[in-house]
Write a protein that binds this ligand. Structure first.
Ligand code: HEM
Ligand SMILES: CC(C)=CCC/C(C)=C/CC/C(C)=C/COP(=O)(O)OP(=O)(O)O
Length: 318
């Protein structure tokens, strides 16, 4: 009887322990960041000419999600020392001691190989090769080579996050074309203002960890200037699909508004008091708003491209 009571009492605890362990494995895949990565890949597929069987399309999206997650997992394995000293990352499963570094590495490598092979078999070898290239780029070029060496780390390394629309397009067509390359360029130029806005207020973390992010190395003023410059390039770049006839007026109008909105946010970041010693509360507020807007900007731009494509395919728009 006492055994029954004991089992009855421990069962719910075991279930919640299982769930929290599962949550830790999922956390290794950086799921929140990857949602937008996967969305850009999905739109790359949707606007590509030709057809893919919906099940294979679903598998391709799963592969982008798993591949991107696997790359994030290996990144967390490699960066476990710096994650342990940054407030933002200290509670991650490896620094918190809930998952061992070896298990995380094995998980990331397994998922990388699995997602690339599945992508290659389910769609075509070109898409598999693009996915493999993105994972290798993020792990070796960004994480292991550039991140701890140069403030240009995210400018060059950011290319990894710009591949998904190209991968999605390749999954459908087996090749690459001008539009996916423009989408690549948009995400590439979007990444620095996205990340540097965040790094303005996460500045202390990076300084403590010795990561040479721009505000640490060049100061808040230079970072604000760079954010503004990148958004000034990004706004016209966002219009390019419409200007070159790959998208119609719906996309054009949304791109114009979102591009102007991001420049406005960057302008506010630039205009805040520019004390080099640290970021003021006001500057902090503007940078946080610019970071949040960066997410809306990219999601909105890609959503508009998909909607515009459907409207034109359905003959609603010329
Ligand atoms: C090298 C390039 C990039 C760097 C260094 C970077 C860095 C970051 C960091 C540090 C965060 C805070 C998230 C956290 O605390 O875990 C973040 C958030 C986010 N990033 Fe990026 N990012 C990059 C590229 C991208 C790309 C390409 C995308 C999507 C296309 C993206 C989408 C997001 C999203 C959706 C969030 C918000 C996550 C949330 O709600 O917590 N990032 N990014
Ligand atoms: C298909 C494929 C492989 C896509 C990769 C997508 C990609 C590179 C997204 C970048 C996302 C990201 C959170 C970077 C931050 O790295 P960090 O190590 O600087 O951030 P952290 O400090 O939060 O760990």
């Amino acid at each position: 009887m006492s055994d029954l009571i004991r089992r009855g009492a421990t069962a719910p605890l075991d279930v919640s322990a299982d769930w929290s362990e599962l949550r830790d494995w999922v956390a290794l895949l950086k799921p929140r960041v990857m949602t937008l990565v996967v969305f850009t890949g999905l739109v790359g597929m949707l606007v590509a000419p030709g057809r893919i069987h919906p099940i294979l399309g679903g598998v391709a999206i799963l592969c982008i999600a798993l591949g991107a997650g696997a790359a994030g997992c290996i990144n967390m394995w490699y960066d476990r020392d710096i994650d342990a000293v940054m407030r933002r990352t200290i509670r991650r499963p490896i620094p918190a001691g809930r998952i061992t570094p070896g298990s995380a590495l094995a998980f990331g490598v397994f998922l990388s190989v699995f997602s690339v092979l599945l992508m290659g078999l389910a769609t075509n070898p070109v898409a598999g090769a693009w996915l493999a290239g993105s994972i290798l780029f993020y792990v070796f070029i960004y994480t292991m080579w550039l991140k701890r060496r140069t403030p240009q780390n995210i400018v060059i390394g950011g290319a990894a996050g710009a591949f998904p629309p190209v991968i999605g397009w390749a999954a459908v067509t087996g090749g690459v074309d001008v539009l996916p390359l423009i989408l690549f360029a948009i995400v590439f130029v979007w990444t620095p203002p996205h990340f540097w806005s965040l790094s303005l207020w996460a500045h202390d973390d990076y300084q403590r960890a010795g990561v040479p992010m721009l505000p640490v190395v060049a100061g808040a003023r230079e970072t604000r200037r760079q954010i503004l410059l990148y958004t000034l390039v990004l706004a016209p770049l966002g219009l390019l699909p419409a200007l070159l006839g790959f998208a119609g007026p719906v996309y054009g109008a949304v791109a114009l508004s979102l591009g102007a909105g991001f420049v406005l946010h960057a302008w506010r970041v630039w205009r805040e008091p520019q004390d080099e010693g640290g970021v003021s509360m006001e500057g902090d507020k503007a940078a946080r708003a610019a970071f949040r807007f960066s997410l809306l900007h990219l999601a909105g731009l890609f959503a508009a491209l998909a909607v515009d494509h459907w409207l034109r395919a359905a003959g609603v728009l010329a």
